[in-house]
Design a protein around this ligand. Structure first.
Ligand SMILES: *Cc1c(COP(=O)(O)O)cnc(C)c1O
Length: 386
């Protein structure tokens, strides 16, 4: 029997399935596999945040159903962060919504805004959730190619008019996963102008907003004047504070969009555990030295990887944000062939670029979220094998 809905049947087979099978077989055969495919920080959540969670867990008032829009303390900490960090004012009552991780909010936003058959404009390559959640909502996605010659920015003018006409939502993501591309606020100005002209709301995913290097700071789309008329921004504590497993994020910006998402959410979930929300508020309100320290570790790892890639003839410009290196595969390989070759020859896993969309073909992604010594070892093995 096939019990699965047609909707679910549209989800393509997991692209890593074949690689995963090989990985498991190699581990069973005793190979010391190093996985540079995982986008999950190896560093621990800073102790002051963990201590705050433990403290809040002692208070029985926190054990009840949480408010599904998020406790005021958490929403206020997000509004304060936006004012302090970006100079953007937000009303914590109507322009801030707590999420059970930003992935949850991204996946729920799509059915909150689109009807079956509507189009969602999606960066290609990008985080797979935008695409899959669109399919689950019986929508269609349109891939906006992110090309190196355009600094991995979409070319809005090249989107066909009939696609623009049926589009109900556009996703953007800077610093970008997987491309590690960054933008300045001028790019967001262009995006907001396009959004307003065409009446297409923008959802900007800023999961890596605080993972930045040297003197670069990532802008918020809400810094563009008038952006709140049709844009929201997703934020996450996952990558900033190494809190991926805590499941806490937020969305800010346009009131109507936030209202729509909160109606959908109020009928599907009941918010994140209050002690986690309070610890997240504490993280945002506290000294940010831990963020600086994490970033300097990633920056050090980045240098190791870029130098090693350069020594085997792969040139990558130093990224200004995210903890990914997005590199072209050597001549003569497809993404999948190269990744398979590396795995079989060295036991090192990297992610094939085409796993993130068709324009990712010809690239592979290295994640810097493994201990520096393991990264050295992986790079050494790759060098030996080529
Ligand atoms: C990790 C990641 C997320 C998800 O973050 P959570 O808040 O942990 O759900 C969202 N977008 C991108 C691009 C990511 O890489």
């Amino acid at each position: 029997m096939n019990y699965q809905s047609n909707r679910l049947g549209q989800i393509p087979p997991y692209l890593f399935a074949e690689i995963n099978k090989k990985k498991v077989a190699m581990i069973e055969a005793g190979v010391d596999v190093i996985d540079l495919g995982i986008g999950d920080p190896d560093l621990p959540t800073p102790p002051h945040i963990v201590e705050k969670l433990v403290e809040e867990m002692q208070d029985p008032a926190n054990f009840k159903y949480p408010s599904f829009i998020g406790c005021l303390e958490y929403r206020q900490s997000i509004a304060d962060f936006y004012l302090r960090h970006y100079g953007v004012e937000l009303d914590p009552e109507t322009e801030v919504l707590a999420l059970i991780g930003s992935k949850e909010g991204i996946a729920h936003l799509i059915p909150a805004l689109i009807d079956p058959g509507d189009t969602v404009l999606i960066p290609d390559p990008s985080y797979p959730v935008y695409r899959m959640a669109t399919l689950l909502a019986n929508g269609q996605y349109y891939d906006m190619p992110l090309l190196k010659e355009n600094n991995f920015q979409p070319d809005f003018d090249s989107i066909p008019q009939e696609v623009v006409d049926s589009a109900k939502l556009m996703f953007l993501n800077y610093p970008g996963n997987p491309t590690s591309a960054t933008v300045d606020v001028n790019f967001f100005k262009k995006a907001v102008a396009f959004s307003q002209e065409q009446g297409i709301p923008i959802a900007h995913d800023s999961a890596y907003n605080m993972v930045t290097y040297s003197d670069y700071t990532a802008p918020s789309i809400l810094q563009v004047k008038g952006a709140k008329k049709g844009s929201v921004e997703f934020g996450s504590l996952s990558k900033t504070y190494n809190m991926t497993g805590w499941r806490i994020g937020f969305v800010v910006g346009n009131k109507e969009i936030i209202k729509a998402l909160s109606v959908l959410k109020s009928n599907t979930d009941t918010g994140q555990f209050t002690p986690i929300q309070k610890a997240a508020a504490f993280a945002l309100n506290s000294d940010q030295n831990c963020v600086v320290a994490h970033n300097s570790i990633y920056e050090e790892r980045m240098a190791v990887v870029l130098e090693a890639l350069s020594s085997i003839g792969i040139q990558v410009e130093p990224p200004k944000g995210s903890f990914f290196v997005w590199a072209p595969v050597p001549e003569g390989y497809t993404s999948t062939e190269f990744v398979t070759h590396i795995l079989e020859k060295t036991g090192v896993i990297v992610t094939p670029g085409n796993a993130f969309g068709p324009s990712g073909e010809g690239y592979f992604r290295i994640s810097l979220s493994v201990p520096t010594a393991r990264l050295f070892e992986a790079i050494h093995r790759i060098k030996e094998s080529i």
